[in-house]
Design a protein around this ligand. Sequence first.
Ligand code: PFF
Length: 461
Amino acid sequence: MTTFAHEHWSSRFAFLMAAIGSAVGLGNIWRFPFIAGENGGAAFVIIYMMTTLGIALPILMAEILIGRMGGQSPIGSMVRLARQHKKARLWAVIGWGGTIGAFVVLSYYSVIGGWALKYTTLAVSNAFAGMDGEGSGALFADFTASPLTLFFWHTAFMGINIVIVIGGLHKGIERAVTTLMPLLFLLLLGMVVYAAQTPGFDQALGFLFKADFSKVTAMTFLTAVGQGFFSVSVALGAMMTYGAYLDQSVSIPRSAFIIALADTGVALLAGLAIFPLVFTYALAPGAGPGLVFVTVPIAFGQMDNGVLVGTAFFVLLSVAAITSAISLLEPAVSWAEEKFSGGRRTATLVVGGACWLLGLASVLSFNDWSEFYPLASLGVLDGKTVFDIFDFTVTSWVQPTVGILMALFAGWVLSREDVMAALGVTRAGELWFRLWLFAIRIVCPLAILLVFASAVWPDFV
Ligand code: PFF
C-alpha cells in the first residue's frame, strides 16, 4: 500500500497549540458553562473532572497513539494498522466513523461559529447598550430567524477555516494556532481578572466550587461523559490526525495530560469569566444554550466598559471556535489528499465546500425548517430539527461508539510491546502504563456502554 507523506509538526509547542486549540472551543466557552449551570454547578464540575480524567484522557492517549502509529489520515491509519495486525478491515470503521462524524459536526459547528463572529460585530458597535432580557432575547431571535444572515456568517466562518487549512500544516494550521492560542489565553485571563472585580465573583465561586451533591443523579454522570468527550475532542479522528503528524520524540502521555488539563482549565476559567457577570446583573445561571448569546450580552450592555469587555469575549469565542473547526476539517482533507491526486488545495476546497453545503441544513433549522422534524415520521427523534439530529447523533452515538472501538483497538489489538515502545514507557512509568491499559481495556468501554444503556432505556439509570 502506498503511503502519503504528510508534513510533520515543526515542534512540540506547535502540536500542543493545535491540539489544545482543537480541544478548547465552543464546548468550553459556550456549552460547558450552561451545562454546568443546568446541572447544579459545582457537583457537576467535580464529576466532570473525574470522568474527563478517568475516561476521556485515556482514550485521548489511545487516539493520538493510533494516529502516530498509523501515520496517515484516520481512515488510512486504521486500514493500515488493521492490515499490519492481520485484523479485519472492519476496524477501519473507527476511521470512517470519526471522519464522517467530524465532517457532520463541522457543518453545524460552523453555523454557531458564525454566530460568534456576528456577535463580535454587535459588541464592537455597542449594540447591547441598555438592553434588558427581553431586548436581548429579541435580538437573538431576529438574528437566527433570518436564513440569509445566518447563511452569510456561516459562509464567513467556513471560509476562514478553509483558507487556514489550505495553507497546509506549517503555513496554515501552525501559523494560525501559534498566534491565536496565546491571544485566546490572554483574552480569557483578562476576562477573569475583570470578572474577579465584580460583586458577583464570590457567588460565582460558590456556584462553581461549593458542591451540593443532592442534585446528582446517574444522568449527571452521563452528561459529564458526553461533555468531556466533546470538549477534549476525542473519538472524531481530529486528534488521531494530529497524532499522525507527531514525531516519535514527543511524549504522548505527557501531551495528552497537558491537553486535557488545559481544556478543563479553560472550561473552568470560562465559568469564572461568565458567572460573575451573570450574578452581578442578577441574570439566570441555568439559562441553557442561550446563556452566552442572550444572557451575557445583557451584562455587557449594562457595564461601563461593555464595548471592550464584550468585544474581548466574542473574539475569544470566535478564536476558540476557529481553532477547533480546523481540526474538524483536517481528518477528511488528509484522507482526500491520500486518496486523490488533486493536491491539498483541491482537497480542502471540495471537502470544505461540501461541509459548507451540509451546514445550510443547520442554518435553516433555526428558521424555515424550525418545525421540520425529518425523522418524526419514522417515530424517532421527534421534535428534533436537522441541527438537533446532527448534534445528537454524533455526540450521543458516533462519538461513544468510536471511543469504545478506539479503546479496544489500542488495548487489545495493538501488541503490548509495540504500544509500550511507541509510548516510550520506562520502568518508572510502568505503573501508569498498567493503569492506562486497564482503563482502555475495561473501564472506558464499560463506562461508555453504560452511557448507551441509559440512552436506550432511560429508566436504566
Ligand atoms: N472540542 C471542541 C469544543 O469543545 O468545542 C469540539 C470538537 C473539536 C470536538 C474537534 C471533536 C473534535 F474532534
